[in-house]
Ligand binder design. Structure first.
Ligand code: TTP
Ligand code: MG
Ligand code: ZN
Length: 232
């Protein structure tokens, strides 16, 4: 067993995923923060894609943890290998959903070199579909932490697994751009499955055509088959 285990887990891929406002960045930083208990010669790196310009550091929305990070071009994930400290025993990558193809090769290379990789990212985009290469990374992962938020919809408060994008207060249609940097002021909410609304989605119009309806009065999706008593 490696002497710094479990703070450093050589060759292990850990993933913190979930919707926006589920605390992914905070969990990632808490994970990295444990390295402070190790001798100083234990090196690590934190990366973010350049496109996320919200912050030059990785910091969580709540709490005081904040770490300097390195930026890698999301279109050239190999920059992570070029820019990392070759002595790093742990590489953390936040906002991993934005990295284009190649990120999975980078992660494979790192774990193959016994680096402990800690990934943070949205598992699903605003449409509720796998975001970027996150599905591939999740399949490769040794440890997956699926974080949950709290549904923002009119006091619902149920566990939230989805991110709702709003444009001018209205649910964004399925065919809007996948990448749109922002936070809740700019139109993102954390929602439970029932309150996650994607107008014109092929799922609602194709797969169970005629059975899935969006009930305006209840502001939620309902299946006629599953809920024959729609008067409730
Ligand atoms: P996150 O770090 O997931 O947001 P967060 O800080 O609220 O979450 P956490 O506390 O869990 O760390 O950032 C997500 C970014 O992705 C944000 O800039 C909005 C963007 N985004 C898209 O570009 N497309 C999408 O479909 C969604 C859902 C988000
Ligand atoms: Mg975050
Ligand atoms: Zn809800």
């Amino acid at each position: 067993m490696h002497k710094y285990y479990p703070v450093i887990k050589p060759g292990v891929l850990e993933i913190y995923c979930g919707p926006m406002k589920s605390g992914k960045t905070r969990e990632l930083l808490n994970r990295v923060d444990k390295l402070n208990y190790l001798p100083e010669e234990v090196k690590f790196d934190i990366f973010k894609p350049v496109l996320d310009t919200r912050d030059p550091v990785v910091s969580s929305r709540f709490g005081s943890l904040s770490y300097d990070c390195k930026f890698a071009d999301e279109k050239s994930p190999y920059e992570i290998l070029e820019k990392m400290n070759p002595a790093s025993m742990l590489v953390a990558i936040d906002e991993s959903q934005f990295f284009h193809g190649g990120i999975e090769e980078v992660v494979k290379e790192l774990i193959g070199n016994n680096v402990n990789v800690v990934v943070g990212g949205l598992d699903l985009d605003f449409r509720g579909e796998p975001f970027g290469k996150m599905d591939y990374l999740l399949s490769m992962a040794d440890e997956v932490y699926k974080l949950r938020g709290v549904c923002d919809y009119h006091g619902c408060g149920s566990p939230a697994t989805r991110t709702q994008r709003l444009i001018g207060g209205e649910p964004a249609p399925y065919d809007s751009e996948i990448v749109l940097i922002g936070d809740e002021e700019e139109g993102y909410e954390c929602r439970c499955f029932d309150h996650h609304i994607v107008p014109s989605s092929p799922t609602s119009e194709g797969l169970r055509q005629g059975t899935l309806i969006f009930d305006e009065s209840k502001q939620r999706r309902l299946f006629y088959d599953d809920h024959p008593n729609l008067t409730h």
